[in-house]
Design a protein around this ligand. Sequence first.
Ligand code: PEP
Ligand code: MG
Length: 898
Amino acid sequence: MVRYVYDFTEGGRDMAGLLGGKGANLAEMTRLGLPVPPGFTVTTEACRAFLDSGGEPEGMWREVSDRLTALERAAGRLLGQPDGPLLLSVRSGARFSMPGMMETILDIGLNDESVLGLAKVSGNERFAWDSYRRLVQMFGSTVMGVDSAHFEREIAVLKETRGVQDDVHLTAGDLAGLVDTFKELIRDETGETFPQSPAEQLRRAVLAVFASWNGERARLYRRREHIADDLGTAVNVQRMVFGNLGADSGSGVAFTRDPATGRPGLYGDYLPDAQGEDVVAGIRNAVPLTELQRLDPGSYDRLRAHMQTLEGHYRDLCDIEFTIEHGTLWMLQTRVGKRTAEAAFAIAAELADEGTITQDEALVRVSGEQLARLMFPRFDADATGEPLAHGVPASPGAAVGAAVFDSAEAVRRATAGEKVVLVRQETTPDDLPGMIAAQAVLTSRGGKTSHAAVVARGMGKVCVCGAEALSVDTGARRFTTPDGTVVEEGTVLSVDGSAGAVYQGPVPLADSAVIRFLENGTRDENAAGTVDAVAGALARADSVRRLEVRANADTPEDAARARRFGAQGIGLCRTEHMFLGERRKLVEEMILAGSDTERDRALAALLPLQRQDFAGILEAMDGLPVTIRLLDPPLHEFLPDRTDLAVRIAAAEARGEVPAPHDVELLAAVNRMHEENPMLGLRGVRLGLLVPGLVAMQVRAVGEAVVERTRAGGAPRAEIMVPLVGDVRELRIVGEEVRRVLAEVSERSGVAVSCPVGTMIELPRAALTAGRIAGEAEFFSFGTNDLTQTTWGFSRDDVEAEFFSAYLDKGVFPTSPFETLDREGVGRLVEIAVTEGRAARPDLKIGVCGEHGGDPDSVHFFHATGLDYVSCSPFRVPVARLEAGRAALEGTDASDSR
Ligand code: PEP
Ligand code: MG
């Protein structure tokens, strides 16, 4: 038979799934012999049964009644007994903490008779009526569904009539009158009377807490925090203790360490003569815990001892809620406490140093997400006001600068020493100089894998994209917010890339000591603890991880930085950025070439430039693998914009002039090459098959760079990667050309050049035919950006800003599949490709170079799937190292120990 109710003496911390976090920990404290007011927990299973059927689960009430009888017997009093009642609190408590999201009902058991008994036994009439008033109010709104604003209004009217500011100045008589008013209000609003039967109060309160699991607030919170909707909440029924019985009573919250910094020592707040709810509501100012030491040294000492017991037992920072009733200390709640990223690292390191936990456990207790938070400069949290706009938090960190609306202006101002924020509707490769010059990038279109986002993350640059509420007018050099605020060029903006918020005016910044340490080993004295803790966790991760970590980098500077951050090579060197700027002219010539000779001339001019690019990167990564990807984007991306050209030509014609022949020629080419779906068009390996000489030029540049580096005494390890392959024959044709050119370079130079040739797996067809493709490929690298795009049929440049927020709200997925790998769909393709690829070629090296390579959850998946490496932007390398280490410990004692 299913059992729905557990006494606090029967549960324990390992039962959080059934008893909720609060119930499990109350039981654990009870077992430890700490002073917990007695009570019992109605399980999450009962809640689920209630939510499924809409009615009270069979047999639940009998169990509750039995437990209640036991409670009454132990207390020597009955629930709601007229001459000194036992009173109960009814509180929600889910598996994962959802602070304030569900309901609580206190003082169950009070009615028109027992309120008089309570007044007598407490000797405090005002207290008794105030408790009854709270019950009628909470029960009326939570259980009976009366809008809580009605109650608040009645309180406000009464205070005004009495000419008082504060609730505390209302007398016992006032409060008794208020109880009558509330009861009338309930009758008017619901046609029902406030139930006088304590048992009915209890029964309905429990069910109301169950129902609050599906309240709007709770649902919204779960969606944001990625908590499953089907867990349900437990309900804790507990004997009331009172902190509002005078100067020798009070309530407080306490932490065993400082949750902001991790420093050991008792931290917290205490509010004399108050209930716990008053502390949280901030009605009166609480005092620091040290004040309790003065007010009630006995309780303070007991509290300190209990907290020591808890930290020793949980082997972690604990937070608690407590109440002192007439000098007796009661523990009302504990849990392993929430903390800042800084505190998380500091506490884990310290507990490991003390020998309380192992180094592996310390590693499991921190996360890549926390590390990422420590790596970016942050806005001083106290200094932000109301944001101008929200967008997609595409690349974390905080930056301040003057708004500029095009790349040239960004470069101009930055060269003059000004800090700027580049604001665009969306960015294109053309904006790259401006993006480099800017402190931050803000766009009104595009999502986390839009051009702006990918490039900004690669550079470690702050980026908020898809701020759709902003209407950006680059021509007029301004944007307008929905409330009509016009922001002109030059206005200072503060961009929070971690939160996706934009503020007008400068918000002060706090620098990252962790980045300074990773960049050049500097150890800031005032952040030494954090820096050492991060270094320790990374060292441990490196010693246990199986996954290698490479970086996506396409300049020698990025490569060098990635190496300092611990990258073990380059997993993706995108070559398209090398075709921009002054080289664009040569690319144009190549595209417009009317003859083989013209094309060869353009390619020949590009060759030495490419060779130089590759030599620089190979030097920065000397001795480590560098995967160079052949050109991927459609060629028309390197030509001017179609509309701009058309306008230029039309304007010349309107002036009666002959349009520039070059413009006419370019427009014809752009029109010829126009595609409705360029992402599915002539790009990737298809370019290699259709544009004569392109592959040969790029491969020759790689080969000659290898020769150059070898002659200079280096150890270059270039790998050549072919993008967007869908069929083995595509790879075979290009692969043959690659090998032919490399053989030629070897022969001419006398230096043996051999580069592994592999492919990206970024189309479902490639994944499904991976066994055949592995026959031609020496390595695979999953391009999970395109693989997600093509598996879901989501345009990666559009959907995130367009409708992903609606999809997230509707619960289609908990996070964007462009951010965290969709294990069920895309992940399945990855698994198939790994299995079939390795079956065909057992020594096949397999990595991933899509954005997911730096995403903590996805890193765990790639570890479990047996990949050899992940590759991500340089700034995410430390995060990936940490998570790869944590992934290796998954399922071991270290990760099960809490
Ligand atoms: C990918 O598709 O995952 C990838 C790494 O290539 P790109 O983002 O350049 O298309
Ligand atoms: Mg791709």
